[in-house]
Design a protein around this ligand. Structure first.
Ligand code: GLU
Length: 332
């Protein structure tokens, strides 16, 4: 039996090449792609270098493969949402969280001002309304205490000691985030957020303004791929049942209003952010992260989507593919 598997592993390796070479090849292939546009609705984001491009894969057993600008920092934006959702679930439990935020995809854009008419909840925690309602659940006596709790939780998914808010982006979001302000008032009107909602909105802007690198994001994704245990630090960052809930919502709602197309073509839970980052999780196998700031009409990094489509195709990563094949990220 082992011999058959080993022979198949060699076949796959011959077909796909070693992962480091494959990443290099995909990187070179996509480097000339200049379609899409750097987000500018938050003025500070428009300062990003449009040509920046990094790809990092961290396997569930802690091997790191990277190419391009993987150490370059950018603000995490909506890629923070799954992790803060995890924190809310672990703090309050499913029932409490589900009473305030649903798990239904909307098909609307990330900043749509829509709530479920019947339940008055935001549809899911991956769109802004739901994410703000989730952030409102982060406990703490003061705003600083709440921010530290959030940062400490996210840090568990990284191997970096250095996770902090980019003040210019925070200020930029705060002064221009009129839609987010509108939606939080609407939710307050429906009793879906607490009386601290203004403070919570600031906390949401701070959460979106945390600086990470592509490598950080790949480690965070790999921690989800490894059922909540950080494969670099070997510490548990989240409970496996939380990871299950988070990945489920990422799968159906993580890629804005192209979540359906994504599920069809890539077939992995993922989340993107308007700064041009995407992370995807291949459960039990690896975390994948891409940084490339030019985004498409849905808000997803153009090159990021292409990288994931390519990796999913080459390594048969789609969750519903025929997986009667050997482990793929062998790394050598
Ligand atoms: N801070 C951004 C906003 O609230 C996050 C958007 C995103 O990355 O989807 O508009």
């Amino acid at each position: 039996m082992d011999n058959i598997l080993a022979a198949r592993a060699n076949e796959v390796k011959k077909e796909t090449g070693a992962l480091a070479d494959v990443l290099q090849e995909i990187y070179q292939q996509l480097l000339p792609v200049k379609t899409g546009k750097v987000a500018d609705y938050i003025p500070e984001l428009s300062k990003a270098n449009p040509d920046g491009f990094g790809i990092c894969v961290v396997t569930a057993d802690g091997q790191v493969f990277e190419v391009g600008d993987t150490a370059q920092r950018f603000t995490i934006q909506s890629a923070s949402k799954p992790f803060v959702y995890g924190l809310a679930l672990e703090t309050w439990g499913r029932e409490h969280v589900l009473a305030r935020v649903g798990v239904e995809p909307t098909g609307d854009s990330f900043n749509a001002i829509v709530l479920d008419e019947e339940s008055r909840r935001p549809y899911n925690p991956m769109v802004n309304a739901g994410a703000i309602a989730v952030t409102d659940m982060i406990p703490g006596n003061t705003s600083t205490e709440r921010l530290h709790r959030l940062i400490d939780y996210l840090k568990g998914f990284t191997d970096s000691e250095d996770l902090f808010v980019d003040m210019p982006t925070f200020t930029s979001e705060r002064t221009t985030g009129h839609r987010n302000r509108a939606v939080v008032h609407l939710m307050r009107g429906f009793g879906m957020v607490s009386e601290r909602f203004e403070e919570s909105l600031d906390l949401y802007f701070q959460q979106c303004s945390l600086l990470v690198s592509c490598r950080d994001l790949a480690v965070m994704a790999a921690t989800l791929a490894n059922s909540g245990v950080n494969p670099i630090t070997h510490r548990r960052a989240a409970w496996s049942y939380t990871v299950r809930d988070v990945l489920s919502v990422m799968y159906t709602c993580g890629m804005y209003d192209s979540a359906g197309e994504w599920a069809f073509w890539v077939g992995l839970p993922a989340k993107s952010g308007v700064s041009g980052c995407i992370f995807a999780v291949a459960p039990g196998q690896a975390g994948i992260a891409i940084y490339s700031p030019r985004i498409d009409a849905h808000g997803n990094s153009v090159r990021g989507v292409r990288v994931c489509e390519e990796l999913s195709r080459r390594y048969n990563l789609h969750l519903f593919a025929d997986h009667d094949r050997p482990p793929l990220f062998t790394g050598s």
